[in-house]
Ligand binder design. Structure first.
Ligand code: MRU
Length: 338
């Protein structure tokens, strides 16, 4: 399994996910600007992975200030956190990880700066390690909703590339396969950036999970002509009432699944739950450049003159979500996250 981010002899690397599966290229992240650019360009992406990346980016960004005054160190911590937090607005894991780092730093305010940096480094590693554990627990809890023989439909990429570990929705699926269940997965290609086709199909191939790639607009046909046992997707931010943002197209899938009586599940670690917002209406949806729609990986497919929009996420309302699989278990409607 490819790790999206790793440390090697105190150097930080990420794998360029924009090139996968055609090319494997690792990139060294030398400072916070490298990391901010990588998160923005989706070189590293997926809600849990960008939380892990933000914490690691803060570490490399603060390293040059390890021998500076406490005042300057905290000034830089603030500045770098704001920069990293501003890279992508929808996934809450980003601010969750940065707030966690900040809380640790503030609890050591009167201690020597090198000790604070060292503790922050260990916190960034802990955020990564805990995500691996949360993925494993999500994979285990998710088994209660997967029959021994199952046809599952998924959207976007929620595997090892999007997290620190095995993945969330894909973690549930891969765990089912590892436990000997007879699994087949329909994979939405996930336009505009094709995370399903490029990353999920590739990860399922690597894990030898039988799967079939479909265009996003085939999902209704598949649900009406084949027996689909469940739709399982990830999430980028889950509000207190269970409304949840995920990759654009998820809401449509949830509507389709409900129409066809197919149970629709989301899988996410608790770092994706934002109890500070009451409903999905408060979730900020990232608007990306319309060129992502006019082009497919550098190839123009529409007139430059045609206006195009690229909202990266949509919000699925809680009544459409049959269950939310977290590391603490499977939550059911009505949802009250605190
Ligand atoms: O724009 P992306 O590729 O970062 O979007 C990713 C998704 O929407 C995933 O489904 C979500 O982050 C969950 S990843 C475990």
């Amino acid at each position: 399994m490819i790790k999206p981010l790793f440390w090697e002899n105190d150097r930080l690397f990420i794998v360029d996910q924009t090139l996968l599966p055609v090319e494997y290229k690792r990139i060294e992240i030398k400072n916070h600007l490298d990391m901010a650019g990588a998160i923005k360009r989706l070189v590293i992406r997926g809600a849990p992975a960008i939380g892990i990346a933000a914490a690691a980016g803060l570490i490399v960004g603060l390293k040059p200030f390890i021998n500076s005054t406490s005042g300057l160190f905290f000034e830089k911590l603030n500045e770098i956190s704001i920069l990293l937090n501003g890279t992508r607005p929808t996934a809450v894991n980003l601010s969750w990880a940065l707030n966690r780092m900040k809380t640790v730093a503030e609890s050591m305010k009167n201690q020597p700066v090198p000790d604070i940096w060292d503790r922050l480094y260990r916190e960034a590693l802990a955020i990564h390690r805990e995500d691996i554990e949360m993925c494993q627990a999500i994979g285990r809890h998710g088994q209660s909703i997967i029959p021994e023989k199952a046809n599952i439909l998924t959207h976007c990429n929620t595997g090892g590339l999007a997290t620190g570990g095995l993945g969330t929705a894909l973690g549930v699926i891969i765990t089912a396969q590892q436990l000997g269940k007879d699994i087949h997965v329909y994979v939405d290609e996930t336009r505009p950036l094709l995370q399903g086709a490029r990353l999920t199909a590739w990860e399922l191939s690597e894990e030898k999970v039988p799967h079939t790639l479909i265009c996003d607009n085939m999902a209704a046909y598949i649900m009406s002509t084949r027996k689909i046992d469940a739709v399982i997707v990830g999430a980028d931010r889950i509000a207190a009432n269970g409304d949840a943002a995920n990759k654009i197209g998820t809401y449509g899938l949830a509507v389709l699944a409900n129409y066809h009586n197919v149970p629709f599940y989301m899988a996410a670690p608790s770092s994706t739950i934002d109890p500070n917002i009451q409903s999905g209406q408060q979730i900020i949806i990232e608007e990306r450049n319309g060129n992502e729609v006019r082009n497919v990986f550098g190839t123009q497919i529409a007139p430059f003159t045609s206006p195009a929009i690229s909202p990266a996420f949509d919000v699925t309302t809680n009544e459409l979500i049959c269950g939310i699989i977290t590391e603490k278990g499977v939550f059911r409607k009505p949802y009250y996250f605190s």
